[in-house]
Design a protein around this ligand. Structure first.
Ligand code: UD1
Ligand code: CA
Length: 457
């Protein structure tokens, strides 16, 4: 099924009270406009056009690869569609119109809408919903035979129409050619002085063309985000939807309400996710991993069997059976190879920790390449920054770094070498050597007793 999609995203969203345009606000870490574009793609729409206007540059930057047409003045939804005339010139067949502010819409619903229009031979198929409180929505006016006659915006409703609880969700499928052939007949003769896309329904009817409707059985799907209350509601709904998918696919969550996973994150089987865990961006989690509690991971790959406890990971790769935390901060460019460990209160940036190597306690590792089977003692710090530039540290396989070693970069520790605890290492250490840098310890016999004797009490 091939179709075209048009996403209306030119509005400001005044009720968000924000510098950020409405459709750029995030639901579970993803800008709403991206969620809507993905839905259109998943529904098989092979040509997608977005109408942008208010802070168009910000919105367009979020959807590279999507063709955008500008609507400089927001004169209504009908006018917004008119602005796509050039971008959609020659389009025929099904044209799905979506709002950039309905992030919960699913591709199944869009596919269903397209299929219904095509099988019923309608020029337009509307997605409608029965809601307990129709305030703010356009009402669906049906004739005696149940046929959709018109959509009437709330501000234009008669008292009788106002009581209708079937509403327009703002999602439609049109015959593209027929829509564009009639668009110029929309006027601004209405309560808001706007070009209403919704007026096209009565227009089609007046020409004897068939308009059909599909009633959604999940009104949550059509939730339009106009305020931050609705943004929070949408986040809750998407969170539950995503978590349910993972739960049903073999992921354990002790409390799914306290786990936030962006929709694009992939999670394997027999993964356990503990409360207050956030997984966002291009993150993948392989089988058998344990994450959390209190963990934030973005744009990272976590391999099979790894454990991450109470830590923050940004753009990192965690190898199979590696362990992280509690309280580790792994920054961009960190790679933990198989069975490596970044332990308690450890910060690592732009470094490789080789297979089976351990950085168990209280360390800062930056711009380092650590070989296999290395033990980095508690409190070790790579002094990678001299105030002007960053320098690398290289630690060979099997080396043992004593506790509280300062590795003043650039510096290389040879394979199997050992550094003495508390040493400031400023020169390269040959393989197999001991490097120790500290003054001799003295013991002054009887000093403590003499000192105590001077106390005045
Ligand atoms: C619209 C429908 C209403 C429906 C409701 C569902 C019209 C006239 N009314 O009302 O029947 O119940 O959606 O949520 O269509 N936009 C533009 N350019 C414009 C105006 C709007 O791009 O000039 C975009 C907005 O950014 C938004 C979408 O179109 O993404 C809907 O606009 P909005 O002003 O929110 O329409 P509603 O008043 O909610
Ligand atoms: Ca709206």
């Amino acid at each position: 099924m091939s179709a075209t999609a048009l996403i209306l995203a030119a509005g400001e969203g005044t009720r968000m009270y924000s510098e950020t345009p409405k459709v750029a606000h995030r639901v579970l870490g993803v800008p709403m406009i991206q969620l809507v574009v993905q839905t259109a793609q998943e529904a098989g729409c092979d040509h997608i056009v977005a109408i942008t206007g208010h802070r168009a540059d910000v919105v367009e930057a979020l959807i590279p690869g999507v063709e955008c047409a500008r609507q400089d003045q927001q004169l209504g939804t009908g006018h917004a569609v008119m602005c796509a005339r050039e971008a959609l010139a020659g389009a025929s067949g099904s044209l799905v119109v979506l709002s950039g502010d309905t992030p919960l819409m699913t591709s199944q619903t869009i596919s269903g809408l397209i299929a219904l229009r095509e099988s019923s031979g309608s020029v337009a198929t509307l997605l409608t919903a029965h809601v307990p409180d129709p305030a703010g929505y356009g009402r669906i006016v049906r004739g005696r035979d149940g046929q959709v006659e018109a959509i009437v915006e709330e501000k234009d409703c008669s008292p009788e129409q106002r009581s209708i609880r079937e509403v327009n969700t703002g999602t439609y499928c049109f015959d593209a050619a027929v829509l564009f052939a009639h668009l110029d007949r929309l006027t601004t003769a209405n309560a808001q002085g706007e070009y209403y896309l919704t007026d096209i329904v009565a227009l089609f009817n007046s020409e004897g063309m068939t308009v059909s409707a599909m009633v959604t059985d999940d009104p949550l799907e059509t939730l339009g985000v106009n305020t931050r209350v609705q943004l929070a509601e949408a986040t809750k709904v998407l969170q539950a939807r995503v978590n349910r998918r993972h739960l049903l696919a073999g992921v354990t969550m002790t409390d799914p309400q306290l786990v936030w996973i962006s929709p694009q994150v992939s999670v394997g089987r027999d993964v356990e996710i503990l409360p207050m865990t956030f997984l966002t961006g291009e993150t993948t989690v392989a089988d058998g991993v344990v994450l959390g509690p209190n963990t934030r991971i973005s744009d990272s790959q976590i391999a099979r069997g790894a454990v991450v406890d109470s830590s923050v990971l940004v753009s990192v790769v965690v190898g199979p059976d590696a362990t992280v935390g509690p309280s580790a901060y792994l920054r961009p460019g960190t790679v933990l190879e198989a069975r490596a460990k970044a332990g308690t209160s450890v910060e690592i940036k732009n470094s490789i920790v080789g297979e089976g190597s351990k950085v168990p306690h209280l360390s800062y590792i930056g711009d380092a390449t650590i070989g296999r089977g290395v033990n980095v003692g508690a409190g070790t710090i790579t002094c990678n920054y001299d105030g002007v530039s960053k320098h690398p540290t290289v630690i060979g396989d099997g080396a043992f770094i004593g506790s509280d070693t300062m590795l003043v970069a650039p510096v290389t520790i040879g394979e199997g070498a050992i550094t003495g605890a508390g040493s400031a290492i400023t020169h390269d250490v040959p393989p197999g050597a001991l490097a120790i840098e500290r003054s001799e310890q003295r013991a002054i016999e009887g000093w403590a007793a003499r000192r105590r004797a001077t106390r005045e009490d």
